[in-house]
Design a protein around this ligand. Structure first.
Ligand SMILES: *Cc1c(COP(=O)(O)O)cnc(C)c1O
Length: 375
């Protein structure tokens, strides 16, 4: 989908904030580790190309979720290492090798399938990290024995065993039990490998922030880089982060309705008195989900409730006064004394900040006041 550039709805993204968040994180974790930026899912909705280009010099590598995201980065000039975090389709291994990507090996079974698709593949450039499932339960090996069989097969093929990693399920929680259990399982498996690869890593943002003991060769930095707290409002950040994304729009229509008039699908909102209704061009097709009814936006420095159902392309808000068409509406960000954070939106929806920013669809135009426009 092409962004709707002729619509006033925009995500304004501060690349400087993202750069500052990386610098602060680096100061927090120290120099002994490399920071690899996690730019999967269009850089958590912030725009993968603009973000990755603007931070290239600050990070040692990038992590993406799948091959297409890696292809996007490579085709826009990223030459730094790219680790593909999820398992790819075995038949596609030649794509990863040709683009010099680092693939994740989630199991011996998968690696055996890959070994059947290596005709015309230059195995010397088949670089991989083994994923250890220490308790997340999605992908990965669960024993050193399986990991060692993968390494042995790689040696036979002439492939490059470059790393081993795991992922924590509860690094952003108060309770430590599951975290410690995972950490110990991972350490035991790594200790029993036939050799230690160049990169051993386990930290996402939360582990890097609240469990510095997990800082190893790579920090896989996602959420915190975008100025978001991985725990939402549960754990305090040890330093201040700067949210990188604002979401704004404008009033496209303003009217007075009479007592008894209704607004929106289902005629669910019924005016109990004369009311001024403003219409804003954003809806669930933009990722402003239907459960946002009852939440609020900021107009002229004031909170204005979202009334009526959220439509695909529009929402309706109750205004205190009749404001002109084109008046700025803030959905995420600051207006005068009032602020709406991604976490406020997430809390209202009963979800996490990650989901709120990832759901912002391609229809929303991204603007970079301090950098390149998203191509
Ligand atoms: C998404 C992801 C990360 C980044 O997590 P954040 O909480 O955003 O820092 C790190 N590692 C893996 C394996 C991931 O899938």
């Amino acid at each position: 989908m092409k962004p709707s550039t002729h619509r006033p709805t925009r995500a304004i993204i501060s690349l400087t904030a993202i750069q500052d968040n990386i610098k602060q994180f680096k100061a927090h974790v120290g120099k002994q580790t490399e920071v690899w930026a996690v730019v999967k899912a269009n850089a958590y909705g912030h725009g993968a190309i603009s973000v990755s280009q603007s931070i290239d010099e600050l990070v040692a590598g990038f992590c993406v979720s799948n091959l297409d995201e890696a292809i996007e980065l490579r085709s826009h000039g990223t030459v730094k290492p790219i680790l593909v975090l999820s398992g790819i389709v075995p038949e596609d291994i030649h794509i990863a090798v040709n683009l010099r990507l680092i693939v994740t090996v989630p199991s011996l079974d998968w690696f055996k399938l890959v070994s059947q698709h290596l005709k015309d593949v230059d195995c010397e450039h088949l670089r991989f990290h083994i994923k250890v499932d220490s308790g997340m339960g999605r992908i990965g090996v669960t024993t050193a024995e399986e990991a060692n069989q993968i390494i042995a097969l790689a040696d036979e093929l002439g492939a490059d065993f470059a790393g081993v990693f795991t992922h924590f399920a509860t690094a952003d929680e108060v309770s430590q039990d599951k975290f410690i259990d995972q950490k110990e399982k991972f350490e035991t498996i790594v200790a029993n490998l036939i050799r230690r690869p160049a990169y051993v890593h386990s930290s996402n943002s939360a582990a890097g922030i609240w469990h510095k003991e997990t800082v190893q060769d790579i920090e896989r930095l996602g959420d915190v880089m975008y100025g978001l707290n991985p725990s939402g409002k549960v754990l305090d950040m040890p330093y201040d982060i700067t949210p990188a994304l604002e979401l704004i729009s404008e009033l496209t229509h303003v009217k007075r309705i009479a007592k008894g008039d209704t607004v929106g699908y289902g005629a669910e909102f019924v005016a109990v008195q004369e009311t001024i209704i403003g219409t804003v061009p954003i809806g669930y097709a933009d990722g402003w989900t239907r459960n946002m009814t009852g939440f609020y936006v900021l107009v002229a420095g004031k909170r204005c409730p979202i009334v009526g159902r959220i439509s695909m392309d529009q929402i309706t808000i109750a205004l205190d006064e009749k404001l002109p068409i084109g008046t700025k509406v803030t959905l995420i960000g600051q207006d005068d004394q009032e602020t709406i954070t991604v976490d406020d939106v997430a809390a209202y929806r009963g979800t996490i900040n990650y989901e709120v920013v990832c759901l912002l669809s391609d229809r929303i135009k991204r603007i970079y006041p301090d950098g390149l426009a998203e191509p």
